[in-house]
Design a protein around this ligand. Structure first.
Ligand code: NAP
Length: 341
């Protein structure tokens, strides 16, 4: 018998969850869809009736996949425990519960054994964390990790639908303003008066701030990568540091990752592990690297540009790219639901 599923939120991630449930033929008897307002939506030819979320209508849901907003007024804080009280298991994409001791933080390729410890709520990590822990997961298990330094180049859809739309509006505005000009002909590269989700212009730019700044100068996004990786690997001793940068790409995050293994290893051993890592497509050929556009709409974490750091023993660099809406959010949540079955 199939399960009754609820999807809360039909923004960038919620739509992807509905697509993936269908693609993977998730055994659902019924899929109910909730958002702030009721309406009918159409996703790839299939229509879904969206119900306005309200406390009265959470009966008969087995698994609720949350892709709403975060914080006090967000969907998860307001409604997750109400679903749980009615008997559902909640899988949440937001940050609100990720670091709570009683909430498993799961990436199935790395720590699916945590799923059975849930007390009604399972958290999906941040998209930036997920692709890094998948890329390094088997290396961590085989050789241990001493240190990880990561710089991410993150897509605008990571900030939700409206952020990806801002990139489009800014770009369109600049192109339209400059019709007939060329780069050397007094091009006006300013986004102008376009309403935007970003504090700075994102079109033709790069912003080294995702989230807000903590007192130590790191951003909340950077701190998530550190805290969540420690929790998922269950190893607080790994030295982790990160810089997260928003770039003018619609979908898929790219990461430049430096790591030092705890054990002494050769490049060939690292290659062999990456070739056999679940969820990873590894390219050993230096010039055959994957790009954000290649990863868009796909499931794996693509890893390439693996090389030894000649200045440090057991130090390596790699490049990892993955679709932030799929493996970084929706797919990971659906995989957790599949494991629950
Ligand atoms: N985007 C990513 O790459 C990514 C990756 C990992 C995790 N996440 C997390 O996933 C969640 C969803 O992100 P997103 O990018 O899909 O956001 P989004 O595009 O802004 O969509 C948010 C959706 O949530 C609904 N919603 C907002 N408040 C609600 C409430 N109180 N009750 C019910 N529904 C509510 C909205 O409803 P209406 O449509 O009716 O306004 C909308 O459909 C966030 O927690 C985000 O941090 C996102």
């Amino acid at each position: 018998m199939g399960k009754n599923i609820a999807v809360v939120g039909v923004g960038a991630v919620g739509v992807e969850i509905l697509k993936i449930l269908k693609e993977r033929k998730f055994p659902a008897d019924k899929i109910r869809v909730f958002a702030r307002t009721s309406r009918e939506i159409n996703i790839e030819g299939q229509s879904y009736q969206v119900e306005a979320i309200s406390e009265e209508n959470f009966d008969d849901v087995d698994i609720a996949l949350f892709a709403g907003t975060e914080g006090e007024k967000g969907a998860s804080v307001q409604y997750a425990h109400k679903f749980i009280k009615k008997g559902a298991i909640v899988i949440d994409n937001g940050k609100d519960f990720r670091l709570k001791n009683e909430v498993p933080l799961v990436v199935p390729e790395v720590n699916k054994d945590e799923i059975s410890k849930n007390q009604g709520l399972i958290a999906n990590p941040n998209c930036t964390t997920i692709q890094m822990v998948v890329a390094l997961g088997q290396l961590f298990k085989r050789f241990g990790l001493k240190e990880v330094i990561m710089t991410s180049l993150q897509a605008t859809s990571g900030g939700g639908r409206s952020s990806a739309q801002s990139l489009w509006e800014e770009t369109k505005n600049i192109v339209e303003k400059n019709k007939g000009k060329n780069y050397f002909n007094q091009l006006n590269k300013n986004r102008g008066q376009v309403k935007s989700s970003f504090s700075h212009q994102i079109a033709f730019n790069a912003i080294p701030q995702i989230g807000s700044f903590n007192q130590d100068g790191f951003t909340t996004e950077e701190q998530k990568v550190i805290d969540e990786t420690h929790k998922i690997y269950r190893d607080d001793k790994i030295k982790i540091s990160a810089t997260c940068v928003r770039i003018p790409v619609f979908t898929s995050h790219s990461e430049s990752i430096y790591f030092k293994t705890a054990k002494v290893v050769e490049l060939e051993q690292v290659k062999e592990v990456l070739e056999n890592s679940p969820g990873v497509v590894f390219s050993a050929n230096q010039s055959d690297f994957s790009l954000a556009l290649d990863a868009e709409g796909k499931d794996p974490v693509y890893v390439g540009r693996l090389r030894c750091d000649s200045s440090q023993k057991n130090g390596f660099w790699l490049w990892a790219v993955s679709d932030n809406l799929r493996k970084g959010a929706a797919l990971n949540a659906v995989q957790i639901a599949e494991n629950l079955l």
